[in-house]
Ligand binder design. Structure first.
Ligand code: COA
Length: 259
């Protein structure tokens, strides 16, 4: 099973389990998340939801790039994939139960998107963060930009996206990407304490805060969706995007031409 879903006491756990690929998230794993979230949402015994990666090397090193050629190459496949991601991230964000990302090691691309859809993020000191879309020629989605912007602000959002580099745990903490950095050996016990508190506190008070904060971050005025979609389309159709994913699979540096 590449996605483990289980209840431990009053917490629902969702574990990315593809350790040979640094827990990269395949289509099957993405698709299994919304039903798992729905089951936890319906279950009155579940008071919070925790995401983590199997082992301690990675939370998730992004979406599974080896599948991109088949599931994320032409426009309709990309739209389908983006819609799937949207469903997944909204199933986490819109849940009225609090969610926690417990982050060991790599937390990249789609892995960071999941963490950003969670309410709380705690990481070990060896964790690494990044969104390498610009290194892959990948058109990063609209709501992913919004979650990043709401979490770290304009200045960091631009640097993270433009440079596509990796940030260590302390840099991530400095920009507000995670709530707290713990020594790796102490992370799990710390998060257990957070889970205990979340499970003890009043569910409706937490649900109330989630609802009110979500309403406050709604944009004022409509963003120009057509303009955003056109930018995504141009990038998604580009030769550079083909080059980016091939270069990753062939373990070489990409040569981008801007076309
Ligand atoms: N998709 C598919 N496979 C991935 C992957 C991903 N996102 N991330 C890692 N893997 C695979 C590697 O291809 C490698 O497979 P192999 O053993 O068959 O060669 C295996 O996981 C181990 O990764 P490797 O690169 O050898 O480990 P590393 O410690 O040198 O580097 C990373 C780890 C995470 C820095 C590096 O794998 C990486 O950059 N991954 C891609 C991250 C990314 O761009 N994510 C965003 C996707 S949208």
């Amino acid at each position: 099973m590449t996605l483990l879903v289980e209840k431990r006491g009053a917490a629902g756990w969702i574990v990315f389990n593809q350790p040979t690929k640094k827990n990269a998230i395949s289509g099957a794993m993405w698709r299994a998340i919304p039903p798992a979230m729905e089951a936890f949402d319906r279950d009155p015994q579940v008071r919070c939801i925790v995401f983590r990666g199997a082992g301690s090397e990675a939370f998730a090193a992004g979406a599974d790039i080896s599948e991109f050629e088949s599931v994320r190459s032409d426009r309709s496949a990309i739209t389908e994939y983006d819609e799937l991601l949207d469903r997944v991230l909204h199933s986490i964000q819109d849940s009225l139960k609090p969610s926690v990302a417990l982050i060991h090691g790599y937390c990249l691309g789609g892995g960071l998107e999941i963490a950003l859809a969670c309410d709380l993020r705690y990481c070990g000191s060896l964790a690494q963060f990044g969104i390498p879309a610009a290194k892959l020629g990948l058109a990063y989605n609209v709501e992913g930009h919004k979650r990043l912007l709401e979490t770290v602000g304009h200045a960091w959002a631009r640097e993270i996206m433009f440079l596509g580099r990796r940030y260590d745990a302390f840099e991530a903490s400095g920009m507000g990407l995670v709530h707290r950095v713990l020594p790796d050996g102490e992370l799990e016990a710390y998060v257990d304490g957070v889970i205990e508190t979340l499970c003890r506190n009043a569910p409706l008070a937490i649900a109330n805060t989630k609802t009110v904060l979500e309403e406050y971050v709604k944009s004022e005025g409509e963003p120009d969706m057509a303009r955003m979609r056109a930018a995504i389309e141009r990038c998604a159709k580009s030769a550079d995007y083909i080059e980016g994913r091939r270069a990753f699979m062939e373990k070489r540096k990409p040569r981008f031409s801007g076309k």
